[in-house]
Design a protein around this ligand. Sequence first.
Ligand code: C2E
Ligand code: CA
Ligand code: CA
Length: 677
Amino acid sequence: MRVMQGGIALNQVEFKIKNEKIYFKEQLSDDVLNEPIASISGKNYEYALSSYVSPYVAKKFSQLVTGKQEQLHFHTTFETKEGETLVFRISGQRFESEDGAEISGEISDMKQSDEQLTLALKELSDMKYALDQSVILAITNRQGKITHANDHFCDVSGYSRDELIGNTHQLINSGYHSRAFFKNMWRTIGQGNVWKGEIRNRAKDGSLYWVDTTIVPMINEKGEPTQYIAIRFDITDKKENEEKIRHMAYFDYVTGLANRRKFDEYLKRRTEIAGKNKEKFGIMFIDLDGFNYLNDTLGYLIGDQLLIEAARRFKKIVGDRGMIARIGEDEFVIVIDSITDAEEMQVFAASMMADFKDPFFVGGYELNLTGSIGIATYPEAGRDAATITKHAALAMYRVKGSSKNDYRFFDSDMKFSNHRSFQIKNDLRKGLDQDQFYIVYQPKVSPKDDSVTSVEALIRWKHQEFGELSPFEFIPLAEEIGMINEIGDWVIQAVCKQLQSWALEGYHPIPVSVNVSARQFLQANFVETFFSHLDTYQIDPSWIQMEITESLFIDNVKYVQQILEKIKAKGIKIALDDFGTGYSSLAYLRKLDLDILKIDRSLISGINDTSNQKEIAITIIRLGKSLGMEVVAEGVETEEELDILRNHGIDEIQGYYYSKPLGVSDMHPILKTKRLD
Ligand code: C2E
Ligand code: CA
Ligand code: CA
């Protein structure tokens, strides 16, 4: 479109740069340029531009020509022969063609026809309307003074537009971030780059809110920012959920004591300090006697009260001498920070037992509760955290196995006489060689329509002397003696074989998930071996899934991430098992981009409408979904648990409510109908 306006013949001119030469499509009036266009067209573009645009713009053009940039849009001013200043919008786009790159673009005069202007304004106001619905928008000048604030900004901050405009964002600074944080932000945007980050702000009423922020600098033709556009989203809810989960990652939700993770970290640090300062310290491993019986008969509400009361008594005795953690259902550990000799531990243990002689009054009952206590001291019982804990536990099991309600120190004889484990470890090899292992399959069900969506492969061992052994017992022992790789590999092969034979029998296989222990996963060639089994048995990767636990990420995140990527690239889904038991870390969850989140049984069993656990389970469901994961609840045993989970959008249910793990023969009807009935 070309309109003659006030003697200026230019409205929009297309140009092309090819082989470094610039060509104009239309004829520009000599009135505009200082020299006839005919003399520019076909010239070297740098030469042609040098007299009309600033060096900064010329540089941007060179970047287009050399391919460092794909696109270019900017405004520039230009003075006509008559001395009138025109504002031009210039845009260019690079295209690769067979005979080399070509830049094509247009120069347009900002004086547009009314019609175009109205259209553009309407478009803008539509966009603004859409943005105002969810985005907090602010524009500041170069000095950071707010020049524009949208309604959403006013709503969220609680300040009126008048209060915001003319002020800097200092007004809503919460003091949460360091000066370095803002310094870095200003450095980034001052150099003309976009800055992204999460900021905690303070509203007028003092409340704090979190915003996901992007600041885009608007640049003039010299490359200097003239103003900044800040686009923010309110992410307060997400942050609060994260905080809840973070707390959950370190504290036991029933007693408020530290949990296993916090205990592990604490003890590790404690051993380092003690090693350096040549100090002694002691730990007590306490298991409440008969707790399970009380919990089962009186209900977990009473059980929880008992745990809280026990925790209170422990705290009273330990005071500020150390730390107390709850690391299992009815298992506590206490670290006494520094002691002069082992007898000191005896004093603590004795006062605990004396204190537990007083009955517990909970829920109208008067209950007697005792504990079995194992004691281990540093450095006598071990020089690293894991060994000391294991030895304290061993001493506790000795008490449990005899009188209960007593305490005992670890001594090195205990290590060798731990008979059953010793024998199991010894028999693992024979078990593999003699085919004593087999696999059962536990269905996972979609609560929407009760269809079976996948099954989990669980290993079993028919031991010649002890009968059927639980993997809870023998898997840790196999890990301890380095047999887990072979056993894990056997499981993967057995599952592949089974899948192949189901396929050959004409079934469309249901996906099977396989548990992979950390140690197995970390072994060199794990993926290669795994993939080779898939090949051998012609397994479609969508038939198999992998369950891993967070313990995998403690030391090896980078490596684990690489391996996971290979597995994912193959099309195998990965589930994070036992979530919520100890190491729950959001950072990993985000980074690793896993497919499925399995909420641990301990957080599911006994949830009902009034339990505190329910909130945690719901938070995890929400969290998993917000990260785009499928969320599975394991260990669902009752209709009440199922209803709560279903109402909160759980994707899959696993547990005795629907089905126990099944042998191969029981799988046939399920394979046929994908249903349990
Ligand atoms: P897991 O992966 O958390 O498996 C779930 C366990 O909970 C299974 O115990 C299952 O039988 C049990 N379970 C399922 N639903 C319910 C329920 O409603 N109520 C109750 N009380 N329990 C339920 P299982 O088969 O004894 O396995 C124990 C653990 O042993 C597994 O925990 C897993 O960590 C490990 N494991 C099992 N098979 C393998 C394997 O092939 N390789 C490796 N590395 N570990 C395995
Ligand atoms: Ca599992
Ligand atoms: Ca699990």
